[in-house]
Design a protein around this ligand. Structure first.
Ligand SMILES: Cc1cc2nc3c(=O)[nH]c(=O)nc-3n(C[C@H](O)[C@H](O)[C@H](O)COP(=O)(O)O)c2cc1C
Length: 315
């Protein structure tokens, strides 16, 4: 047990990050049933779709689960009311100011964690009174910090800046990586990429297959003038790279991006025109596994490596 497993009442301090077009009730309930904390990703759901996913998740697991809400969501009030109405117990907020909703949710008995990419924002989380912080490094899939701080540099900085329970994210896909972040001061991990590529993820099979064939260097952080996003190189990303190389403005990039590209790429499997969000760590995995296999493997390797290193000293 540690502060994160106690806070969320879970067996393993492994959180499955909320992910647009990947993390519906199926993925979230599978992670919770395997002893971690599953999060439904509200970012790609209309409010009533979210309600349906929450209800299905409750039917599929009697273990704790939560919902991830990117705070720039257009119908944020409706979403928050649904969470309260459906008695969701855990909410992970991201992409916005933690002060906006934390107190309101906590007053309804909800535990709140917020995602940051710098120690400056970790301090804002502490001021907002969140229950836990997720610190996400530059390696991560999806939207990312502008400063490009890697997990290895971010976690110790955030650990120093706050005494709150700390969850590390970005580039963590194995038990060894989990242990490394614990050595830096984390007490839990949030994993996105590896879970996005499991059998229970709702991502399209073509997207999963492409991501499982990637090598080092096959993803890139782009769209920094809008919202920095880590994408698979090639296809639509080439057009973004070219536009950025000639100094395209935020407006031009917005026009190029248009609407619905993440859905097209991740959910519909259109690898040429879609926005393909995935993390650097995808390069380590070649096989589509089930969630229970992934969690069992991570915890076995974490415990094995902890033992192996425990006797190490250089005197
Ligand atoms: C396809 C994809 C979609 C994502 N969507 C969201 C999202 O909707 N909200 C959010 O807070 N983070 C999102 N993320 C970030 C994850 O929740 C998680 O923090 C991140 O993936 C961790 O790094 P990793 O990819 O190296 O495991 C997304 C990541 C991926 C790969």
């Amino acid at each position: 047990m540690n502060r994160i497993s106690e806070l969320f009442n879970i067996t393993y301090p492994i959180i499955q990050g909320g992910m647009v077009w990947c993390s519906g009730w199926k993925l979230a309930s599978a992670v919770s049933n395997a002893g971690g904390l599953g999060l439904i990703g509200a970012g790609s759901m209309h409010p009533e779709v979210l309600r349906e996913h929450i209800r299905k998740c409750k039917d599929a697991t009697d273990k704790p689960f939560g919902v991830n809400v990117p705070l720039m969501y257009p119908e944020i009030e409706t979403i928050m009311n649904i969470l309260i109405d459906e008695e969701v117990k855990i909410v992970f907020t991201s992409a916005g100011n933690p002060k906006a909703w934390t107190k309101h949710l906590q007053e309804k008995g909800i535990k709140v964690a917020h995602v940051v990419s710098s120690s400056k924002f970790a301090v804002k989380c502490e001021e907002a009174g969140v229950d836990a912080i997720v610190a996400e490094g530059f390696e991560a899939g999806g939207h990312n910090g502008r400063e490009e701080t890697t997990t290895l540099c971010l976690i110790p900085a955030v650990r120093k800046a706050t005494s709150l329970p700390l969850i590390a994210a970005g580039g963590i896909g194995t038990g060894e990586a989990m242990l490394a972040t614990f050595a830096l001061g984390a007490e839990g991990v949030q994993i996105g990429t590896r879970f996005a590529l499991t059998k229970e993820s709702s991502a399209h099979e073509s997207f999963k297959r492409l991501c499982l064939s990637l090598n080092e260097g096959d993803t890139k952080l782009l769209l920094k003038k809008l919202a920095p996003t880590r994408l698979v190189k090639g296809g639509f990303t080439t057009a973004v790279e070219e536009a950025e190389a000639r100094g395209a403005s935020a407006e031009e990039l917005r026009a190029l991006l248009g609407k619905g590209r993440a859905k097209k790429g991740i959910f519909e499997g259109n690898l040429e025109e879609g926005e393909l969000e995935i993390g650097q760590v995808a390069a380590l995995f070649k096989e589509e596994q089930s969630v229970s296999e992934v969690i069992a493997e991570i915890m076995t390797d974490f415990n094995k490596k902890t033992k192996e290193l425990s006797g190490m000293s250089f005197i």
